[in-house]
Write a protein that binds this ligand. Structure first.
Ligand code: ZN
Ligand code: FE
Length: 257
């Protein structure tokens, strides 16, 4: 399975999964159909699946137009998103299994950004391989999604699930927010040398318009403040030791950053 990253709108990423042997493709969160159709044409692939993480228009806005071209494509989304995802054919719950080509994926229910948000995790195919996590607007490189429909407790639970995945997981998040996220991170975790080095790297990357997605989950665990609510430095930064309160205060500070 090859993964292609497509830029859309201001700062969205859409991901096309390609099974070259079967000449089939799937797409994750097609907010816009145009660039996806161009990629499919370039690959000479038939679209068989749309994997949506949540109902926001920058993630589902291209569904209808893609279905016009590929009416047999299956449309996956969370069960709680019933009625909110155009063309949805499969309503997924935590622990469900889906597949693309020969690759199975685990569905992880991750409410918080919205009340229905799900993520898709493709486990590695070999013991030394990488897993692929498509997490929409839940976990970002260096940050996490805003809480539009969920509570801090829900988001904390969701991020706890994602934090349990192996370090060798690529994080395919749906927005290029990394530089701003890390600029915030350094304000609450200034003594973290790994974070400082990452911020410098990302500053250089963005100065040259290089994408910072996919991120590396092992590095996220060391540098993303929203995976580090139980680390003393972050607890001190928001004067709290209770997990939910620490997380909520970090998220609140970020909202104002
Ligand atoms: Zn969203
Ligand atoms: Fe979004």
């Amino acid at each position: 399975m090859e993964i292609y990253r497509i830029e859309a709108f201001q700062d969205n990423y859409i991901f096309v999964l390609h099974d070259a042997d079967r000449h089939e493709a799937a797409v994750v969160d097609p907010g816009d159909a145009g660039p996806v159709l161009r990629q499919l044409e370039h690959l000479g692939a038939t679209l068989t699946a749309i994997f949506n993480t949540h109902h926001h228009s920058d993630h589902v806005g291209g569904n209808r137009q893609l279905l016009d071209q590929f009416p047999a494509a299956q449309v996956y989304g969370g069960v709680e998103d019933r009625g909110r995802i155009p063309g949805q054919t499969h309503w997924l719950e935590d622990g469900d299994r889906v597949s693309f080509g020969d690759r199975p994926a685990l569905v992880i229910f991750v409410p918080g950004h919205t009340r229905a948000h799900i993520a898709y995790y493709f486990a590695p195919v070999s013991s030394d391989g990488w897993g692929e996590l498509f997490c929409g607007d839940t976990l970002f490189a260096g940050g996490c999604g805003r809480l539009f429909e969920g509570t801090p407790q829900q988001m904390l639970t969701s991020l706890t699930k994602l934090r349990q995945l192996p370090d060798t997981t690529r994080v395919w998040c749906a927005h290029e927010y990394t530089l701003n996220n890390l600029r915030f991170a350094i304000t609450v975790d200034s003594g973290n040398p790994t974070l400082r080095a990452r911020l410098e790297q990302v500053q250089a990357d963005r100065a040259h318009h290089r994408p910072t997605v996919p991120a590396d989950l092992g590095l996220e665990k060391q540098t993303n403040p929203f995976l580090r609510w139980d680390v003393a430095a972050l607890q001190q930064a928001v004067d709290s030791t209770a997990a939910v309160q620490t997380f909520a205060r970090l998220r609140g500070k970020k909202d104002l950053f």
